[in-house]
Design a protein around this ligand. Structure first.
Ligand SMILES: [Zn+2]
Length: 60
């Protein structure tokens, strides 16, 4: 199962977040959204996402 960065909510399988370089992850997350065009994505704006990738909607 993928883990979500508690800082930026990106879903990763590796040990370090590609965005904030943090290693503080949660396995307790809900929902999933894939951002492929962060510049023009309303969802990305709403979620304050700054990179393309898979993101969790809720992270606990
Ligand atoms: Zn992060």
């Amino acid at each position: 199962m993928k883990r979500a960065c508690k800082e930026c909510k990106i879903l990763v399988e590796t040990g370090v977040c590609p965005i904030c370089k943090n290693s503080d992850f949660s396995t307790s997350w809900n929902g999933r959204v894939t951002i492929i065009d962060v510049e023009n994505s309303q969802i990305a704006k709403k979620m304050a996402v700054k990179a393309n990738g898979d993101f969790a909607i809720k992270v606990r």
